[in-house]
Design a binder for this molecule. Structure first.
Ligand SMILES: N[C@@H](CCC(=O)N[C@@H](CS)C(=O)NCC(=O)O)C(=O)O
Length: 255
């Protein structure tokens, strides 16, 4: 989706980089990593999504789906984590986070698209089942509020399931796991011969995927069968950006 025109016009006068984000959100992690890799100053607007701080008309007026992250760059509102990190790298080209060849670029975008495309079908159900649904289960008042704010059908259906008595089931998790396994098998093949996902050069592709590893490993997903991915994740944690963008914001799942 990228650049949008928000209903909440307050943000149009924001100067510099402002990020609406949540410590726990893997999508927001991508943006914080890109910002720290570039050493860019940014203003934090933190919303604790476990406490449902994002469920209010002001925020839905900025991000129509009520999701984090949202970046405001000098009054320009950008949503969707892959579009946001692409914007950051294009606008601030020092220390580039992309390969130079056309085929490398195509591969990088493919990995970014894949990371975003499996969010609703695999990452969210897996993480909700193991960690989040006990916090996110909405009471009737919260559910009513959500219904009055949310218009996106896929999210309405996702959250009505998450809030239901049963929540996500072992069958949902098995389906999610099979999608994740396909992706990680592909990444494992590449990383067993390379340090980074595309052309052996650190890029937005790695930034799109590291938060998924970080979150899934804390949600009982086993990476035992993927030693090259484990080594890649470890390499990532050694980067200067990692502590400031991921660890320092990570609240834990409350267990
Ligand atoms: N495709 C979006 C997904 C954003 C998304 O789902 N964000 C999650 C956190 S990772 C969120 O805001 N969840 C709160 C909710 O579903 O109400 C992106 O990549 O930015």
């Amino acid at each position: 989706m990228g650049v949008i025109t928000p209903e909440n016009k307050d943000v149009l006068s924001f100067e510099g980089l402002h990020l609406y984000h949540s410590g726990i959100s893997n999508c927001a992690m991508r943006v914080r990593i890109a910002l720290e890799e570039k050493n860019l100053p940014w203003t934090s607007h933190h919303l604790d999504i476990l406490k449902k701080e994002h469920l209010n008309p002001d925020y839905f007026g900025i991000n129509p789906k009520g999701l984090v992250p949202t970046l405001i760059d000098d009054g320009v509102v950008i949503v969707e984590s892959d579009d946001i990190i692409d914007h950051i790298d294009k606008k601030f080209p020092d220390s580039p986070l992309r390969p130079t060849s056309a085929s490398g670029l195509e591969q990088m975008y493919e990995w970014m698209r894949l990371a975003v495309s499996i969010h609703m079908t695999a990452v969210k159900p897996f993480v909700y089942y193991h960690k989040v649904q006990k916090f996110m289960r909405k009471n009737q008042a919260d559910q009513g509020k959500y219904l009055s704010l949310q218009t996106d059908k896929e999210l309405l259906s996702f959250h009505s399931k998450a809030s239901s008595e049963q929540g996500f089931t072992p069958e949902d998790v098995a389906q999610a796991k099979s999608i994740l396994t396909d992706c990680f098998a592909k990444a494992e093949r590449i990383l067993s011969e390379n340090d980074w996902l595309v052309e052996n050069q650190f890029s937005l592709a790695d930034i799109a995927w590291l938060p998924l590893h970080f979150t899934l490993v804390r949600s009982e997903f086993s990476f035992e069968e993927y030693p090259a991915i484990e080594a890649w994740a470890l390499r990532f944690t050694e980067r200067k950006s990692f502590k400031k963008s991921v660890l320092d914001w990570w609240p834990g799942f409350g267990d």
